[in-house]
Design a protein around this ligand. Sequence first.
Ligand SMILES: NC(=O)c1ccc[n+]([C@@H]2O[C@H](COP(=O)([O-])OP(=O)(O)OC[C@H]3O[C@@H](n4cnc5c(N)ncnc54)[C@H](OP(=O)(O)O)[C@@H]3O)[C@@H](O)[C@H]2O)c1
Length: 164
Amino acid sequence: MKIILLVAKATNQVIGKDNQLVWKLSADLKRFKNLTTGHHLLMGRKTFESLGRPLPNRTHLIITRNPDFVAPEGHFAFHSVEDAIIYCTKHQLDKVFVIGGGEIYKETLPLCDTLEITEVEASPEGDTVFPVLDPQIWKEKEREEFAADENNEYPYAFVTYEKR
Ligand SMILES: NC(=O)c1ccc[n+]([C@@H]2O[C@H](COP(=O)([O-])OP(=O)(O)OC[C@H]3O[C@@H](n4cnc5c(N)ncnc54)[C@H](OP(=O)(O)O)[C@@H]3O)[C@@H](O)[C@H]2O)c1
């Protein structure tokens, strides 16, 4: 099974503030939808809350330490990243997408095979960051760059990294 991490991060590594995203990038949301529809998404409880409701046509695997947390019907809660990965393996998934947030990225990065990173050319204020990648471990495979426009607040690039 492939573990694929998806993130949009700023030049200063910021990924969020007050449990929200800190930019308007329609192209990133569209790409997120295209890549993840029909798949399982692994996320921290705070990221799940920030979505407001489960995203359509995707199974949400929510990580929480709260024993009383109840996942919505058709979605699942786990008390560790490891338990969620075991679930995915048992269900013979070919891939699972790790979709954040900061805590979960930090914990899962060593387990991931591929990183799909939207690199946002901005340095906004924030309270949550993505770890700096170690170039000894991660190799850039593909990069597509785009200018800002009326639907995308900052210049951005879709970059794929693979583990060396
Ligand atoms: N830019 C992006 O691509 C992107 C993507 C996703 C999220 N974000 C942003 O990231 C921020 C949220 O990130 P965050 O770091 O605050 O929270 P998070 O990683 O989404 O969730 C943290 C929560 O996950 C649970 N958790 C973490 N590690 C665990 C473990 N080992 N075992 C069991 N439960 C564990 C805990 O839930 P309990 O407290 O319930 O125990 C913890 O409070 C928001 O600002 C959001 O907008 C950005």
